[in-house]
Design a protein around this ligand. Structure first.
Ligand code: HPA
Length: 254
């Protein structure tokens, strides 16, 4: 048997490998990490949502938003490598505006569980954005971030993107905090870097799902986690606020 795998048939060239679109993709896309949040946000915001993708368990939906424009909600899965695949394929399918709606662990003692944060920049502490050539900090789209900040009633702030949710290394969170980050998550730097490379617009709106202890000697193991009902409610709020930002932009463009 030959070890040579036959080339992809011409008809499939250019179609994505991991997403299998079963409905049209909207130009604007909300990106939760969690597939279940994608379903809930789609049911909450969209008229007659249609399944966009279920391949790989990465649920995605497209429907008409209340402003009359199509909107897609596509889960990225967890971490930079999965997010990079999904975002790259969405851009290939025509997405031009991508807003992450995810959760984060907060270091800033002023933050509480359920608070929203607009990422003003992402410190690249993850392998994926670094592999994509990110320098220390990666920036989102300015206009989109300003619209998110208006909708969330909060100024954009630096966050860090990392590779480990269960990080055992003492001092990590403290180090990110010393570099100005108020919270950590796992996908934003990859999204911002890919958007920068491919010339599309990206923003990130995060909800605090964990309060992390950064006192000397502690590792990111020490956390207070949001309750399940709180997480579901904040997931819908993330969708509402991100959609409000997108729809005011549409209204301004009219
Ligand atoms: N670490 C990394 N990513 C996260 C966290 C965390 O504590 N909480 C939510 N996303």
């Amino acid at each position: 048997m030959s070890h040579i795998v036959p080339a992809v048939p011409a008809a499939r060239r250019g179609s994505p490998i991991h997403l299998k679109p079963a409905a049209p993709l909207a130009e604007r896309v909300l990106l939760p990490g969690d597939p279940h949040r994608a379903l809930q946000v789609a049911q909450h915001l969209l008229d007659k949502p249609r399944m966009l993708n279920h391949h790989r368990g990465l649920w995605g939906y497209t429907g008409e938003a209340p402003d009359g424009w199509p909107l897609s909600v596509q889960s990225t899965g967890m971490g930079g490598p999965s997010a990079a695949i999904v975002v790259e394929e969405l851009i290939g399918l025509g997405a031009g505006t991508l807003v992450r709606i995810g959760t984060c662990g907060a270091f800033d003692p002023a933050l509480e569980l359920g608070d929203l944060i607009v990422a003003g920049e992402a410190i690249s502490a993850d392998g994926t954005s670094a592999a994509l050539g990110a320098e220390e900090r990666v920036l989102p789209h300015g206009g989109l971030t300003a619209a998110l900040a208006r909708a969330a009633w909060g100024a954009p702030a630096p966050i860090a993107s990392c590779d480990l949710f269960y990080d055992q290394r003492p001092g990590q969170a403290k180090g990110w905090r010393a570099r100005g980050a108020i919270a950590v998550e796992m996908e934003t730097a990859t999204l911002f870097r890919l958007a920068e490379l491919r010339g599309v617009r990206a923003g990130s709106l995060l909800a605090v799902s964990d309060l992390l202890d950064t006192s000397p000697g502690t590792s990111v193991r020490s956390r207070e986690r949001i309750a399940r009902e709180g997480l579901e409610a904040v997931g819908l709020r993330l969708g509402e606020v991100a959609y409000a930002a997108l729809s005011t932009e549409k209204a301004l463009a009219r």
